[in-house]
Design a protein around this ligand. Sequence first.
Ligand code: PEP
Ligand code: MG
Length: 748
Amino acid sequence: MPGQTDSASRRLLGRLRGALAEPGAGQERLDRITTIIAEQMGTDVCSIYLFRDADTLELCATEGLKSEAVHQTRLRVGEGLVGRVAKTAQPINTGNAPQERGFRYMPETGEEVLSSFLGVPIQRLGERLGVLVVQSREGRQYSEDEVYALEVVAMVLAEMTELGAFIGEGEALAALHQRPVMFQGTVGQEGVAVGHVWLHEPRVVVTNPIADDPEKELTRLREAVDRLRVTVDEMLSSAPLGDKDQLQVLEAYRMFANSRGWKRRMEEDIARGLSAEAAVEKEQSAARARMQTVPDAYLRERLHDLDDLSNRLLRILTGQGERTGAERPADPILIARNIGPGELLEYGRALKGIVLEEGSVGSHAAIVARAFAIPLVINAARITTEALNGDPILLDGEQGVVHLRPEETVAAAFRDKMAMQAKAQKRYAAIRREPAVSLCGQRIALTMNAGLMAELPSLDSSGAEGVGLFRTELQFLVRSKVPRRSELAALYARVMDAARGKRVAFRTLDIGSDKVLSYMKPQEEPNPALGWRAIRVGLDRPGMMRMQLQALIRAANGRPLTVMFPFIAQLDEFRAARDHLLHELDREERLGRVLPEKVEIGAMLETPSMAFAPRQFFEEADFISIGGNDLKQFFFAADRENERVRRRYDTLNVSFLTFLELIVRRCEETGTPLSFCGEDAGRPVEALCFAAIGFRALSMRPASIGPVKHLLRKSDLSEARAVIDAARATGAQSVRPAVMDWLRRRGE
Ligand code: PEP
Ligand code: MG
């Protein structure tokens, strides 16, 4: 970097600093800034455009253009050169602006005689705030150093905007972090919540972007980086050796913390007049901008690491940490980029809702949120940048939609929706102790799905008749190492205690595919959902499964025990799994332990192959439970984790319903008890159709039991069956329209 330019940009920043320190209203400051930039860079014009709303930029201050145009000239994102800079977040530098693609002439500004144009985005950590422009009459191309200097100034402007330095003048300036914003994410856990934002990691605020003593800033940066290195080394030495993933992440941290390029770039920024904090944040902004465009997942992960590391460095430099003194609202809706299951368990039921910028449906955080029945929306892009602690927020977990700082009309509609739900809840509570008996007198057993101890209280509050599916892997997923047999036995015993004699169907470990244990070697598989998972792992590496079976037998301690094996795809797999259980029973007996009073051994039917299994499968299984989530994904060849396709095929599609009916018939032939425990069992219309084609047991989320029971109790199953058959006879693709129409006619 040429020293002269360094000092030039430092002089520019120095003058800006002085201007910002002087008292004055927001507009005055902006005006002063444009004057200084134009003077210092020797340009005829300098203008600041800021976002007025998500699509519109407004000219907020100018030196050189007509002052009448200020707050009058507006551009849409993508419109003209300024709009293009805003859209692409890339600078435009041209000596012949009128010839440039997308140039738009704005007569009210008097800019016709200007040839050269340099525009840079004003952005902070990936959040676009506006555009800073300089223009000149002569057709000059701005040098690389001039572009750099303007970018640095834009960054300082972004910082000041964030700090509210310009608030109070014009709508565009006041609007930042105050406008209503809607986020469309992905459903993680259904439910609706109204509350106030609680940031998991409050943003670090940089109050001193410009510094006048580069030597001092360099020393601060070096000391902070040294402290960071020590912290990372300590984290590395205390990380569990078996935890390969964690070690890998930390190694990557160490690599970055020692990266010369990273440090050098920050030092250069300091030499140009930025404070140490601003230099770190500039690097962080660049990493975030790249993160949004890099298609390679591995590289994106590394940019994430860099982002995390920058956060740590900023905390060291500013002394700001988790504790900012802000008080947690009474109705907190947690906003985070991502969150670990342990941290979420700590918040527990205190949260009204959760919104994550990242995450996946099968992530551990989602599992815990589901266990607590906390509405969760994931993939809400950029929400951590927009949301401020205490902002009002509405979360619609049914649609995956989040309204931040909502308008009153939206809030009112939401309140109506919640009131209706509360009314419905009252109706469900009234029938909590009643059985699910249809109008035609058919009784359907409704049980709940669970996986964590925290869910067991729902057994009573929901009116479930038992636990139809206990996903034992959740205990493994929320830990950082394999639980010991004694721990597991104690836990299963507590589950049985809490069930107070009601049946609990323990499903053995179902890992692989979307459920990856952090302490197990990750498998590189081209198609994990079709890969080495569930019972396949259990049979190939029986150690863990046998340990789990022993724990279950010990937990039962003389009580009845129900075990089912996941993902059975052929008869032999079921037989082999059952043999393991029988063997463990023998062994425990030889060790002198009390055996369960009765043992039921079932299979989950999750692959189409088992619908056509030999009759012996149906005879030998004590019961069968359909894992509809998996069965449906394999039936339609549509990945349940893939947003693009997961809702593409209707569960009430005639092909699937007819297929389910075949399974019902096969179970009837052998008298094998059958239940359905996928998510669809908890949807009232689906549940009604399942009951109509012969299912007598359904297992679902506790919150679904009320609505399902309510509908079943008001329905005649043979009538429903007739509607389904009639729809099938017409060649309909799905029976849903006909069933919905029938329900509507009956006033449901
Ligand atoms: C299913 O596949 O429907 C099921 C109940 O199991 P999981 O969702 O845990 O795979
Ligand atoms: Mg499954």
